[in-house]
Design a binder for this molecule. Structure first.
Ligand SMILES: Cc1ncc(COP(=O)(O)O)c(C=O)c1O
Length: 490
């Protein structure tokens, strides 16, 4: 209990706390801050009796509730004490201000790991804050045609029985069954549900697999150009990246064998090379599988958007041709459903499941069970197949609109690459047009095109724009390309 209560004039409290109603910091915390500093610097000495909450509320022009919250906080922190019937006082010995600790100059360094330093620049380039976009974002589904009503109904239904959910390390058994059945019939994979692991995005699967199956210093073949986020993961594992050129048949396997026959892993996008768009030929697929079998190497097959093939039936996945169990298959619902679901999957050779799971458990990486439940229902009720069919038709119309618009407005400026599959196109720039300038013009217009050169781990061979065409209706594609052409040609 305070010995000799003292009080200070109300005018003192005016200057003790400066309230900023516009600040992000809640009012009660602004008050706590002012009182705390006053106590620590001695302006509010021990045993000072604070004015009533009514008076202080008037002085600082806040509600009494706000003041009560501030007092509760300061009492809990040990700065104030409330005595029933007498009021609120500064305690005898308030928490001392933190003592100044002598710090040697070397200790001021903020330790950062070698890998942290190496990846800092890459992280910054990959995770730039997304500019507000009016379209052309790569791999972005058409949100204007997504069946939200149906999806939300299923999510709500699952939410109502969420108390029954049980987490499972490798993912919900029903979803793994649904995916195995879909991949077997639609993608030609040979797999059973026990080989499937559900992950919050297929790149997380690649991360876990890379921890389980490659060691620092191992050589890794990577398509050039490639999906740079995948390169980042392999860099994060301190592997030696071996960029391998791609041609009309996909990854140049003979060139890769010449360059690094002893590689431990090859990361490939055979159904739809990312970002250039070609499909790996059957001959190359067999060369790759044979090399992996001979060498005891792993192949990571990233099958990110193969559902959308417009000029013929989908090509069987590489995994379906593999008789030596060397392929680790990665799939995602980010493209075919919504990227915000954070739902992907990986199909492992049976004998790798235990090691992979052993690596996954301590990382505690799981996709939300609610979303897994909803996705399982969406698939098992037959909506998924219908959804893919519908989106494929819509995306085909969007692709055709892009081709027409580019031919009409940008002839002589760009040439489109292979666009028979997927959700984006590469527009190669003609001589005389600088990629950085054109990309900048597109960004000024809010268009989320990406520079092709950014997809190379080594020296870029070609320049151009990577344009997603699935996030805009056909009419908007035409008007956007017209606007872009006007900016480029002005
Ligand atoms: C080529 C490619 N592979 C894989 C992914 C991974 O998708 P997610 O991690 O969202 O499942 C993406 C996403 O943009 C991609 O473009």
């Amino acid at each position: 209990m305070p010995q000799q209560p003292r009080s200070l004039p109300n005018t003192f409290y005016f200057s003790l706390v400066t309230i900023d109603p516009e600040a992000d910091v809640p009012l009660y915390r602004q008050i706590c801050g002012g009182i705390r500093v006053g106590i620590e610097d001695g302006r509010l000495p021990p045993h000072t009796k604070l004015p009533s909450t009514r008076d202080l509320a008037q002085i600082w022009d806040v509600s009494r509730n706000t003041l009560r919250n501030a007092f509760d906080q300061l009492i809990a922190e040990g700065y104030l004490e409330a005595i029933v019937g007498r009021g609120t006082f500064v305690v005898e010995q308030a928490a001392p201000p933190p003592a100044a600790v002598p710090v040697a100059p070397e200790a001021r360094k903020r330790p950062i790991s070698q890998i942290g330093q190496a990846l800092e620049a890459l992280g910054r380039s990959v995770h730039q804050p997304a500019p507000p976009t009016t379209g052309f974002a790569i791999g972005s589904p058409g949100l204007d045609i997504f069946p939200y009503k149906l999806w939300n109904r299923i999510v709500n239904r699952c939410q109502r029985r969420s108390h029954q959910f049980r987490r499972s390390v490798n993912g919900l058994p029903r979803l793994r069954e649904a995916i195995a059945s879909y991949l077997t019939s639609a993608r030609g994979l040979h797999c059973v549900p026990e080989q499937i692991d559900i992950v919050p995005g297929s790149l997380v699967g690649l991360t876990i697999a890379s921890l389980a199956f490659v060691s620092p210093g191992d050589k890794v073949w990577l398509e050039e150009p490639c999906f740079i986020n995948a390169a980042g993961i392999l860099q994060f594992r301190s592997t030696e990246i071996v960029p391998v050129p791609v041609d009309a048949e996909g990854l140049d396997v003979p060139a890769a064998i010449k360059r690094a026959p002893d590689a431990r892993l090859a990361y490939v996008t055979p159904s739809h090379q990312y970002p250039l768009g070609m499909t790996m030929s059957l001959a190359r697929r067999h060369q790759l599988l044979n090399w992996a079998a001979r060498q005891g190497a792993w192949i990571v097959e990233d099958d990110y958007d193969s559902e959308f093939r417009y000029d013929g039936p989908p090509i069987t996945a590489l995994q379906g041709l593999d008789s030596h169990q060397r392929v680790i298959y990665c799939g995602t619902f980010s493209k075919v459903m919504l990227p915000t679901l954070r739902l992907g999957y990986i199909v492992l050779p049976p004998d790798l499941v235990d090691v992979y799971t052993g690596v996954k458990i301590p990382l505690s990486i799981y996709s939300p069970t609610l979303i897994q439940e909803a996705m399982a229902e969406f698939m098992l009720e037959g909506h998924f197949i219908r959804h893919i069919r519908r989106m494929r038709q819509q995306y085909q119309a969007r692709r055709d609109a892009l081709v027409t618009a580019v031919n009409h407005h940008l002839a002589g400026v760009v040439t489109l690459g292979d666009i028979s599959c997927g959700m984006h196109a590469v527009a190669y720039l003609a001589d005389g047009f600088a990629e950085a300038e054109v990309v900048n013009q597109a960004w000024q217009l809010g268009m989320a095109v990406a520079p092709l050169t950014q997809h190379y781990t080594g020296e870029p061979k070609r320049s151009g724009l990577v344009l997603g065409f699935t996030d805009l209706p056909p009419e908007a594609i035409e008007s956007h390309i017209a606007k872009l052409a006007a900016a480029i040609l002005s």
